[in-house]
Design a protein around this ligand. Structure first.
Ligand code: A3D
Length: 320
């Protein structure tokens, strides 16, 4: 059976890590695209040369031409710029919106049957713009943020409880930003919810609150440490988990930015919600019950996502 074809649009920090992980996990053959000449070609060759040592088979092609993504099964988009010091959120949106329009056109022309995972920030607005620009069905275009946000939450919890990260589950809802909604009631260790763990005396409410706050600001914590860019290992690993669920029809239930048409009382909006990802892309959006406090936090997060989408509609009215 032919190998799957994975196209990575953007060959920066996340794109390069995705290229390595895709090979290591033998998900398929890789096309690495970037507008900068030489970078996708150089990173592709470097990783291909590592494959005999690491022991995996995959072909790598670095390119500056959209033609090379033709027939891709999965496309992961990291093209654009990360936020730099002094850059406002709206400067970032302006630049990356134009990038999403170009990328969307390329996908529409050469790979309309692909499953597309967007990582470019501001995530919930960029995945919305990418779906509009590509014209792909909404179940085939998703945003990666929730897997990363919940991975951070899980890591911090595992560290607090001194248990394996494998035994910690955690859920995060809403937009990707400081007002995301880590769901304490739906998170825990080996099936024991966090509120019960507090009652059992394993931790305190204050510690759980601090972990929630650290999760919300997880992206900023890495930016402050790196100073020259944002997180890339964990974001890449998270997108690979989503791509694997699609390619292997695993039907993982993962938090992802998905297109809502009525779910959670919202429509024509991408928002982080629990979804099942299988061979047909987003196969189901799971609507979980929220208490009043969780709903209020979600409403706040929705308001910021709506503001960003409205800004996109103002700049590019053709997309709406
Ligand atoms: P970086 O290393 O700068 O890579 C971006 C790449 O995009 C560069 O190689 C650019 O040359 C390339 N590029 C720019 N314009 C275009 C274009 N028009 N077409 C194709 N390629 C282009 O950034 P990165 O890899 O660290 O981050 C990529 C994006 O992911 C940024 O927008 C980040 O803010 C975002 N990000 C999102 C998360 C989420 O959880 C959602 C986490 C971390 C980073």
């Amino acid at each position: 059976m032919a190998r799957a074809k994975i196209a990575l649009i953007g060959a920066g920090q996340i794109g390069g890590t995705l290229a390595l992980l895709t090979g290591l996990k033998e998900l398929g053959d890789i096309v690495l695209f970037d507008v900068v000449e030489g970078v996708p070609q150089g990173k592709s060759l470097d990783i291909a040369e590592a494959s005999p040592v690491l022991g995996f088979d995959a072909t790598y092609a670095g390119t500056n031409s959209y033609e090379a993504i033709a027939g891709a099964d999965v496309i992961i988009v990291t093209a654009g710029v990360p936020r730099k010091p002094g850059m406002s959120r709206s400067d970032l949106l302006d630049i990356n919106l134009k990038v999403m329009q170009q990328v969307g056109e390329g996908i529409k022309q050469y790979a309309p049957d692909a499953f597309v995972i967007c990582i470019t920030n501001p995530l919930d607005a960029m995945v919305w713009a990418l779906q509009k620009a590509s014209g792909l069905p909404t179940n085939k275009v998703v945003g990666m943020a929730g897997v990363l946000d919940s991975a951070r939450f899980r890591y911090f919890l595992a560290d607090e409880f001194k248990v394996s990260v494998e035994d910690v589950t955690a859920f995060v809802l809403g937009g990707h930003g400081d007002d995301m909604v880590p769901l304490v009631r739906y998170s825990g260790v080996a099936g024991i919810p966090l509120p019960d763990l507090v009652e059992m005396g394993w931790t305190t409410q204050a510690k759980v609150d601090a972990i929630v706050e650290r999760t919300r600001k997880g992206g900023g914590e890495i930016v402050n440490l790196l100073k020259t860019g944002s997180a890339f290992y964990a974001p890449a690993a998270s997108a690979i988990e989503m791509a694997t669920s699609y390619l292997r029809d695993k039907r993982r239930l993962l938090p992802a930015a998905a297109y809502l048409s009525g779910e959670y009382g919202l429509s024509d909006l991408y928002l982080g919600v629990p979804v099942i990802i299988g061979a047909n892309g987003v196969e189901k959006i799971v609507e979980i019950a929220l208490d009043a406090n969780e709903q209020a936090m979600l409403d706040k997060s929705v308001a910021s996502v709506k503001e960003l989408v409205a800004e996109c509609q103002k700049i590019a009215p053709g997309l709406a």
